[in-house]
Design a protein around this ligand. Structure first.
Ligand code: T6T
Length: 325
């Protein structure tokens, strides 16, 4: 009897000792699927995600396609789902085309959080629609970003003249919203500005550069362009330079690769709107971890912007938001 009691006591104390340690020792694997791998924006997001993963003892897997395209992103997603990570963070490359592929992850019991871009309307966990299953959306406020771009471009061109948006392709939540915010602000508050037809470049900077020159050839009175993401902006700026219009055709750039510093200093780019991708990655991992450890998480987390121009680009508190390479 004594031995049984002693064994039972031992078992209880062993459980008491072991259980909490086991819970802490559970090593989660979180996958981050970017829009594309070779983009300073997502490379910086990965760094932020890795910082959070290191702090929390999580394994971060970064797997993506070489271009921003659902056709190449979906097979990557399928491969990630097959490996059964504990959670998936993803920047969906299309609002509609990623819904069904992501539902497979959700149906397999893998929590899905979207970072940077969204699926459906981007309003999740409402019980409405067929794309509300992701747990959270962590991103910049892209409509606001477009409005900021419009105001910056309006100021640069003295509130009058012809401009256009250099954009990626329709169906991407972020760049669609930037264009929407830009046009809304122009229509509401800048009657002297004409917004010409948007040029879509498929995330190809070379295409954006030739489009700039073609638009300028058709409209020699063009005064400005808004590049709605990193490649659109770099390409449009190159186009302005190749057309010999530096300083005459003003450029407002979304995103902040390191090369933007030179472009700002030479006057090729007036303003760059830097997102905070490291924050997006960091809070993505923290949110997934919170969920995996039984905590509730916000359905949306908004990260900010840093506006860069000639007057502040040398300030380390500003330049720290330049993207990594
Ligand atoms: O602007 C970012 C990102 O927010 C967008 O969704 C896609 O383009 C970038 O990655 C920049 O290239």
């Amino acid at each position: 009897k004594k031995i049984v009691a002693a064994l039972a006591a031992l078992a209880i104390s062993a459980t008491a000792l072991v259980t909490p340690a086991l819970a802490q020792d559970k090593k989660f694997t979180i996958a981050l699927i970017p829009g594309l791998t070779t983009d300073g924006f997502y490379i910086t997001m990965r760094k932020g995600a890795q910082a959070a993963a290191d702090a929390l003892g999580v394994t971060l897997v970064f797997q993506g396609a070489p271009d921003f395209n659902p056709v190449t992103q979906v097979p990557v997603l399928d491969a990630v789902i097959a490996k059964k990570p504990d959670a998936i963070l993803i920047a969906p490359t299309d609002k509609v085309q990623l819904v069904e592929p992501l539902r497979k992850a959700n149906d397999a019991g893998i929590p899905v959080i979207t970072v940077d871009t969204f699926i459906g309307s981007g309003v999740y966990q409402t019980g409405a629609g067929d794309a509300d299953f992701p747990l959270s959306y962590i991103a910049s406020d892209n409509i606001l970003g477009g409005e900021i771009a419009a105001r910056a471009l309006a100021t640069a061109i003295g509130d009058k003249g012809k401009v256009y948006v250099s954009n990626v392709k329709p169906g991407i939540s972020t760049t669609d919203q930037r264009e929407e915010g830009f046009k809304k602000e122009m229509a509401a508050n800048h009657p002297g500005i004409t917004v010409l037809e948007t040029q879509f470049n498929d995330n190809d900077a070379n295409k954006a550069a030739s489009q700039l020159q073609a638009v300028f050839a058709r409209n020699p009175d063009l005064v400005g362009v808004f590049g709605a993401n990193l490649f659109s902006a770099l390409g449009a700026a190159n186009g302005v330079q190749q057309a010999g219009q530096t300083g005459t055709v003003k450029v407002v750039a979304f995103d902040a690769p390191t090369s933007i510093v030179d472009n700002i200093n030479t006057g090729l780019v007036d303003v760059a709107i830097a997102q905070h991708p490291a924050e997006i990655g960091y809070f993505g991992v923290v949110s997934a971890y919170a969920r995996l450890t039984g905590n509730s998480i916000p359905v949306a987390i908004g990260t900010g912007f840093t506006i860069m121009d000639k007057s502040n680009i040398a300030d380390p508190n500003i330049s720290k938001y330049l993207y990594s390479e």
